[in-house]
Design a protein around this ligand. Structure first.
Ligand code: NCD
Ligand code: ZN
Length: 347
Protein backbone atom coordinates (compact mmCIF):
# COMPACT_ATOMS: atom_id res chain seq x y z
CA UNK A 1 0.00 0.00 0.00
CA UNK A 2 1.32 3.46 -0.92
CA UNK A 3 2.25 5.45 2.18
CA UNK A 4 2.73 8.74 0.37
CA UNK A 5 0.68 10.33 -2.38
CA UNK A 6 1.95 13.37 -4.25
CA UNK A 7 -0.56 14.83 -6.66
CA UNK A 8 -1.10 18.00 -8.64
CA UNK A 9 -2.70 20.66 -6.49
CA UNK A 10 -6.45 19.94 -6.50
CA UNK A 11 -9.37 22.21 -7.39
CA UNK A 12 -12.82 22.31 -5.80
CA UNK A 13 -15.53 22.62 -8.45
CA UNK A 14 -18.32 23.63 -6.03
CA UNK A 15 -17.64 25.69 -2.93
CA UNK A 16 -19.56 28.05 -0.64
CA UNK A 17 -17.34 30.75 0.83
CA UNK A 18 -20.10 33.11 2.05
CA UNK A 19 -19.04 36.68 2.72
CA UNK A 20 -17.65 38.99 5.41
CA UNK A 21 -16.42 37.48 8.68
CA UNK A 22 -17.56 33.96 7.77
CA UNK A 23 -15.62 34.08 4.50
CA UNK A 24 -12.50 35.33 6.23
CA UNK A 25 -12.67 32.40 8.62
CA UNK A 26 -13.31 29.62 6.12
CA UNK A 27 -11.29 30.76 3.09
CA UNK A 28 -7.90 29.56 4.44
CA UNK A 29 -9.37 26.08 4.96
CA UNK A 30 -9.78 25.76 1.20
CA UNK A 31 -6.82 27.86 0.05
CA UNK A 32 -4.46 25.66 2.08
CA UNK A 33 -5.05 22.58 -0.10
CA UNK A 34 -6.73 23.84 -3.29
CA UNK A 35 -5.50 26.07 -6.11
CA UNK A 36 -8.91 27.11 -7.45
CA UNK A 37 -12.58 26.71 -6.65
CA UNK A 38 -15.88 27.43 -8.33
CA UNK A 39 -17.50 29.89 -5.96
CA UNK A 40 -21.23 29.55 -5.41
CA UNK A 41 -23.24 32.76 -5.84
CA UNK A 42 -25.99 32.11 -3.26
CA UNK A 43 -25.19 35.07 -1.05
CA UNK A 44 -27.93 37.25 0.40
CA UNK A 45 -28.60 39.00 -1.95
CA UNK A 46 -27.28 36.64 -4.64
CA UNK A 47 -24.46 37.36 -7.10
CA UNK A 48 -26.54 38.00 -10.22
CA UNK A 49 -24.65 40.48 -12.38
CA UNK A 50 -21.08 40.76 -13.61
CA UNK A 51 -20.71 43.79 -11.37
CA UNK A 52 -21.72 41.71 -8.33
CA UNK A 53 -19.28 38.97 -9.35
CA UNK A 54 -16.36 41.39 -9.75
CA UNK A 55 -17.01 42.93 -6.35
CA UNK A 56 -17.34 39.51 -4.68
CA UNK A 57 -14.13 38.27 -6.33
CA UNK A 58 -12.29 41.33 -5.01
CA UNK A 59 -13.61 40.74 -1.48
CA UNK A 60 -12.41 37.13 -1.61
CA UNK A 61 -8.96 38.11 -2.83
CA UNK A 62 -8.61 40.77 -0.16
CA UNK A 63 -9.55 38.24 2.54
CA UNK A 64 -6.83 35.82 1.45
CA UNK A 65 -4.12 35.62 4.13
CA UNK A 66 -0.57 36.74 3.21
CA UNK A 67 1.44 34.01 1.59
CA UNK A 68 -1.55 31.97 0.36
CA UNK A 69 -2.44 31.75 -3.31
CA UNK A 70 -5.92 30.87 -4.48
CA UNK A 71 -7.97 31.64 -7.56
CA UNK A 72 -11.70 32.07 -7.03
CA UNK A 73 -13.62 31.03 -10.16
CA UNK A 74 -16.71 33.18 -10.09
CA UNK A 75 -20.26 32.26 -11.07
CA UNK A 76 -23.47 34.15 -11.70
CA UNK A 77 -26.75 33.13 -10.14
CA UNK A 78 -29.21 32.55 -12.97
CA UNK A 79 -32.50 34.37 -12.49
CA UNK A 80 -35.38 35.00 -14.85
CA UNK A 81 -34.00 38.54 -15.21
CA UNK A 82 -30.45 37.49 -16.16
CA UNK A 83 -29.26 39.49 -19.16
CA UNK A 84 -27.60 37.25 -21.79
CA UNK A 85 -25.39 40.17 -22.85
CA UNK A 86 -24.08 40.57 -19.31
CA UNK A 87 -23.27 36.83 -19.22
CA UNK A 88 -21.51 37.06 -22.55
CA UNK A 89 -19.43 40.07 -21.53
CA UNK A 90 -18.49 38.59 -18.13
CA UNK A 91 -17.36 35.34 -19.74
CA UNK A 92 -15.40 37.17 -22.45
CA UNK A 93 -13.62 39.21 -19.78
CA UNK A 94 -12.65 36.03 -17.91
CA UNK A 95 -14.62 37.24 -14.92
CA UNK A 96 -16.93 34.23 -14.65
CA UNK A 97 -16.36 30.52 -15.24
CA UNK A 98 -19.95 29.27 -15.05
CA UNK A 99 -23.56 30.20 -14.39
CA UNK A 100 -25.49 28.52 -11.60
CA UNK A 101 -29.03 27.26 -11.89
CA UNK A 102 -31.01 26.89 -8.68
CA UNK A 103 -34.63 25.90 -9.06
CA UNK A 104 -36.53 28.41 -6.90
CA UNK A 105 -36.73 27.20 -3.30
CA UNK A 106 -34.48 24.16 -3.76
CA UNK A 107 -31.96 24.97 -1.06
CA UNK A 108 -30.27 27.60 1.15
CA UNK A 109 -30.77 31.11 -0.29
CA UNK A 110 -32.42 29.97 -3.51
CA UNK A 111 -35.52 32.16 -3.43
CA UNK A 112 -34.38 34.07 -6.55
CA UNK A 113 -33.99 30.86 -8.55
CA UNK A 114 -35.75 29.89 -11.74
CA UNK A 115 -39.46 29.09 -11.78
CA UNK A 116 -40.28 29.29 -15.46
CA UNK A 117 -37.54 27.85 -17.62
CA UNK A 118 -38.87 29.60 -20.75
CA UNK A 119 -37.60 32.84 -19.22
CA UNK A 120 -33.98 31.68 -19.17
CA UNK A 121 -33.97 30.20 -22.65
CA UNK A 122 -32.04 33.11 -24.22
CA UNK A 123 -29.37 33.01 -21.49
CA UNK A 124 -28.93 29.24 -21.94
CA UNK A 125 -28.62 29.64 -25.69
CA UNK A 126 -25.95 32.28 -25.26
CA UNK A 127 -24.06 29.98 -22.90
CA UNK A 128 -24.23 27.11 -25.38
CA UNK A 129 -22.91 29.40 -28.07
CA UNK A 130 -19.91 30.59 -26.06
CA UNK A 131 -19.25 27.27 -24.28
CA UNK A 132 -19.88 28.60 -20.76
CA UNK A 133 -20.89 25.76 -18.41
CA UNK A 134 -24.18 25.71 -16.52
CA UNK A 135 -23.82 24.35 -12.97
CA UNK A 136 -27.07 22.76 -11.92
CA UNK A 137 -28.60 22.14 -8.52
CA UNK A 138 -30.64 19.18 -9.71
CA UNK A 139 -33.74 18.95 -7.56
CA UNK A 140 -37.36 19.71 -8.31
CA UNK A 141 -39.10 21.69 -5.61
CA UNK A 142 -42.76 20.77 -6.05
CA UNK A 143 -44.23 20.13 -2.61
CA UNK A 144 -45.78 16.80 -3.63
CA UNK A 145 -42.43 15.29 -4.64
CA UNK A 146 -40.77 13.37 -1.83
CA UNK A 147 -37.43 14.89 -0.85
CA UNK A 148 -35.62 11.61 -1.56
CA UNK A 149 -37.00 11.57 -5.14
CA UNK A 150 -36.28 15.16 -6.09
CA UNK A 151 -33.06 14.53 -7.99
CA UNK A 152 -34.37 11.65 -10.07
CA UNK A 153 -37.51 13.60 -10.99
CA UNK A 154 -35.41 16.65 -11.91
CA UNK A 155 -33.39 14.68 -14.43
CA UNK A 156 -36.50 13.50 -16.21
CA UNK A 157 -38.64 16.62 -15.96
CA UNK A 158 -36.12 19.44 -16.20
CA UNK A 159 -32.55 18.52 -17.02
CA UNK A 160 -33.07 16.21 -19.93
CA UNK A 161 -35.56 18.57 -21.64
CA UNK A 162 -33.18 21.55 -21.15
CA UNK A 163 -30.28 19.62 -22.66
CA UNK A 164 -32.37 18.44 -25.61
CA UNK A 165 -33.64 21.96 -26.25
CA UNK A 166 -30.17 23.50 -26.02
CA UNK A 167 -27.69 21.41 -28.00
CA UNK A 168 -24.10 22.21 -27.11
CA UNK A 169 -24.94 23.49 -23.62
CA UNK A 170 -22.22 22.28 -21.26
CA UNK A 171 -23.76 21.13 -17.99
CA UNK A 172 -22.30 20.14 -14.63
CA UNK A 173 -24.76 18.17 -12.53
CA UNK A 174 -23.62 19.20 -9.13
CA UNK A 175 -23.40 17.17 -5.95
CA UNK A 176 -25.07 14.12 -7.47
CA UNK A 177 -26.58 11.78 -4.91
CA UNK A 178 -28.33 8.95 -6.75
CA UNK A 179 -27.61 6.01 -9.02
CA UNK A 180 -30.10 7.65 -11.42
CA UNK A 181 -27.79 10.65 -11.75
CA UNK A 182 -24.67 8.48 -11.97
CA UNK A 183 -26.22 6.55 -14.85
CA UNK A 184 -27.49 9.68 -16.59
CA UNK A 185 -24.02 11.26 -16.47
CA UNK A 186 -22.21 8.12 -17.56
CA UNK A 187 -24.50 7.72 -20.55
CA UNK A 188 -24.47 11.40 -21.52
CA UNK A 189 -22.28 13.01 -24.16
CA UNK A 190 -19.10 14.97 -23.49
CA UNK A 191 -21.07 18.14 -22.75
CA UNK A 192 -22.26 16.58 -19.49
CA UNK A 193 -20.23 16.07 -16.31
CA UNK A 194 -20.92 15.76 -12.59
CA UNK A 195 -19.43 16.69 -9.26
CA UNK A 196 -19.62 14.60 -6.09
CA UNK A 197 -19.14 15.71 -2.48
CA UNK A 198 -17.21 14.13 0.36
CA UNK A 199 -20.33 13.35 2.38
CA UNK A 200 -22.17 11.63 -0.46
CA UNK A 201 -19.17 9.34 -1.03
CA UNK A 202 -18.80 8.47 2.66
CA UNK A 203 -22.29 8.43 4.16
CA UNK A 204 -25.84 7.34 3.55
CA UNK A 205 -29.14 8.32 5.12
CA UNK A 206 -28.74 5.86 7.97
CA UNK A 207 -25.74 7.87 9.12
CA UNK A 208 -28.00 10.93 9.17
CA UNK A 209 -30.98 9.39 10.94
CA UNK A 210 -30.31 6.15 12.83
CA UNK A 211 -29.82 6.47 16.59
CA UNK A 212 -30.57 10.20 16.60
CA UNK A 213 -30.57 12.96 14.02
CA UNK A 214 -27.09 14.23 13.10
CA UNK A 215 -27.54 17.86 12.03
CA UNK A 216 -23.99 18.13 10.72
CA UNK A 217 -24.78 15.40 8.17
CA UNK A 218 -27.83 17.27 6.88
CA UNK A 219 -27.24 18.82 3.47
CA UNK A 220 -29.10 19.24 0.21
CA UNK A 221 -29.56 17.19 -1.81
CA UNK A 222 -30.13 15.01 1.26
CA UNK A 223 -28.11 11.81 1.76
CA UNK A 224 -29.73 8.82 0.07
CA UNK A 225 -29.81 5.08 0.74
CA UNK A 226 -26.67 2.95 0.69
CA UNK A 227 -27.15 1.59 -2.84
CA UNK A 228 -26.99 5.15 -4.20
CA UNK A 229 -23.81 5.86 -2.31
CA UNK A 230 -22.29 2.67 -3.73
CA UNK A 231 -23.15 3.86 -7.26
CA UNK A 232 -21.47 7.22 -6.61
CA UNK A 233 -18.33 5.59 -5.25
CA UNK A 234 -18.23 3.24 -8.24
CA UNK A 235 -18.48 6.17 -10.66
CA UNK A 236 -15.99 8.42 -8.82
CA UNK A 237 -13.37 5.70 -8.51
CA UNK A 238 -13.87 4.29 -12.01
CA UNK A 239 -11.42 6.66 -13.66
CA UNK A 240 -14.24 8.26 -15.71
CA UNK A 241 -13.29 11.75 -16.82
CA UNK A 242 -16.89 12.93 -16.50
CA UNK A 243 -16.83 13.17 -12.75
CA UNK A 244 -14.79 15.32 -10.37
CA UNK A 245 -14.65 16.71 -6.86
CA UNK A 246 -17.05 19.48 -5.94
CA UNK A 247 -17.14 19.53 -2.17
CA UNK A 248 -20.19 21.72 -1.68
CA UNK A 249 -18.45 22.63 1.57
CA UNK A 250 -21.19 24.84 3.01
CA UNK A 251 -20.37 26.53 6.31
CA UNK A 252 -23.14 27.49 8.72
CA UNK A 253 -22.46 28.46 12.32
CA UNK A 254 -22.86 25.59 14.75
CA UNK A 255 -25.90 27.15 16.45
CA UNK A 256 -27.79 27.43 13.14
CA UNK A 257 -27.10 23.74 12.38
CA UNK A 258 -28.01 22.48 15.86
CA UNK A 259 -31.44 24.10 15.83
CA UNK A 260 -35.12 23.08 15.60
CA UNK A 261 -35.00 23.96 11.89
CA UNK A 262 -31.31 23.45 11.17
CA UNK A 263 -29.57 24.74 8.04
CA UNK A 264 -28.50 22.42 5.23
CA UNK A 265 -24.80 22.09 4.49
CA UNK A 266 -21.71 20.14 5.58
CA UNK A 267 -18.47 22.00 6.26
CA UNK A 268 -15.99 19.57 4.76
CA UNK A 269 -13.20 21.85 3.50
CA UNK A 270 -10.73 21.18 6.35
CA UNK A 271 -10.85 17.38 5.85
CA UNK A 272 -11.69 16.92 2.19
CA UNK A 273 -8.51 15.42 0.78
CA UNK A 274 -7.91 12.87 3.57
CA UNK A 275 -11.55 11.76 3.34
CA UNK A 276 -11.42 11.33 -0.43
CA UNK A 277 -8.12 9.45 -0.21
CA UNK A 278 -9.82 6.93 2.11
CA UNK A 279 -12.72 6.50 -0.31
CA UNK A 280 -10.33 5.74 -3.17
CA UNK A 281 -8.15 3.49 -1.00
CA UNK A 282 -11.16 1.46 0.13
CA UNK A 283 -12.14 1.01 -3.52
CA UNK A 284 -8.59 -0.03 -4.45
CA UNK A 285 -8.52 2.88 -6.85
CA UNK A 286 -5.85 5.24 -5.53
CA UNK A 287 -4.49 5.41 -9.08
CA UNK A 288 -7.60 7.43 -10.03
CA UNK A 289 -7.52 9.77 -7.01
CA UNK A 290 -5.47 12.49 -8.73
CA UNK A 291 -7.72 12.56 -11.81
CA UNK A 292 -10.81 12.99 -9.62
CA UNK A 293 -9.46 15.81 -7.45
CA UNK A 294 -6.97 17.55 -9.76
CA UNK A 295 -7.52 16.82 -13.45
CA UNK A 296 -11.00 15.95 -14.68
CA UNK A 297 -12.60 19.21 -13.60
CA UNK A 298 -9.96 21.42 -15.20
CA UNK A 299 -10.27 19.43 -18.41
CA UNK A 300 -14.04 19.83 -18.49
CA UNK A 301 -13.77 23.57 -17.86
CA UNK A 302 -10.98 23.89 -20.45
CA UNK A 303 -8.50 25.25 -17.91
CA UNK A 304 -4.82 24.41 -17.50
CA UNK A 305 -3.88 21.77 -14.93
CA UNK A 306 -2.23 23.17 -11.81
CA UNK A 307 1.56 23.09 -11.70
CA UNK A 308 2.05 22.76 -7.93
CA UNK A 309 1.66 19.62 -5.85
CA UNK A 310 0.29 18.52 -2.51
CA UNK A 311 1.42 15.47 -0.58
CA UNK A 312 -0.61 13.20 1.64
CA UNK A 313 0.91 10.71 4.05
CA UNK A 314 -0.74 7.63 5.46
CA UNK A 315 -0.09 7.64 9.19
CA UNK A 316 -0.14 4.52 11.34
CA UNK A 317 -2.13 6.36 13.98
CA UNK A 318 -5.29 8.23 13.07
CA UNK A 319 -5.02 11.98 13.53
CA UNK A 320 -7.42 14.06 15.58
CA UNK A 321 -9.64 16.27 13.43
CA UNK A 322 -10.40 19.82 14.48
CA UNK A 323 -13.94 19.90 15.85
CA UNK A 324 -14.61 23.42 14.67
CA UNK A 325 -13.16 26.42 12.92
CA UNK A 326 -13.45 29.79 14.59
CA UNK A 327 -14.80 32.60 12.44
CA UNK A 328 -15.84 36.15 13.18
CA UNK A 329 -19.42 34.98 12.54
CA UNK A 330 -19.17 32.22 15.17
CA UNK A 331 -17.78 28.67 15.34
CA UNK A 332 -18.43 26.32 12.41
CA UNK A 333 -18.44 22.59 13.15
CA UNK A 334 -16.10 20.60 10.92
CA UNK A 335 -17.46 17.54 9.13
CA UNK A 336 -16.62 14.37 11.04
CA UNK A 337 -16.70 11.38 8.69
CA UNK A 338 -17.34 9.04 11.61
CA UNK A 339 -14.27 6.96 10.95
CA UNK A 340 -10.59 7.37 11.79
CA UNK A 341 -8.55 9.29 9.23
CA UNK A 342 -5.06 7.99 8.55
CA UNK A 343 -4.39 10.02 5.41
CA UNK A 344 -3.23 13.54 6.15
CA UNK A 345 -2.09 16.41 3.97
CA UNK A 346 1.53 17.18 4.81
CA UNK A 347 2.45 19.35 1.78
C1 NCD B 1 -25.81 24.87 0.47
C2 NCD B 1 -25.64 26.16 1.29
O1 NCD B 1 -25.65 26.06 2.52
O2 NCD B 1 -25.46 27.21 0.69
N1 NCD B 1 -26.32 23.83 1.32
C3 NCD B 1 -26.24 22.51 1.10
O3 NCD B 1 -26.81 21.74 1.86
N2 NCD B 1 -25.54 22.01 0.11
C4 NCD B 1 -26.69 25.15 -0.68
C5 NCD B 1 -26.60 24.10 -1.76
O4 NCD B 1 -25.59 23.98 -2.43
O5 NCD B 1 -27.58 23.38 -1.95
ZN1 ZN C 1 -23.77 23.98 -2.85
Amino acid sequence: MAQTLTIRTPDDWHLHLRDGAMMEGVLPETARDFARAIIMPNLVPPVVTSKDAAAYRDRILSALPEGMTFQPLMTLYLTEATDPQDVRAAAAAGLISAVKLYPAGATTNSASGVQNFDNVRAALETMAEIGLPLCVHGEVTRAEIDIFDREAVFIEEVLDPIRRATPGLRVVMEHITTSDAATYVSEGNDDLAATITVQHLMLDRNDLLVGGVRPHYYCLPVLKRRTHRDALVALATSGSRKVFLGTDSAPHTTDTKEAPCGCAGCFTAPVTLPCIAHVFEDANALEHFEAFVSENGARFYGMPLNEGTVTLHRLDDAWTLPTSVTTGAGPVTVFDPGRPLHWRVTK
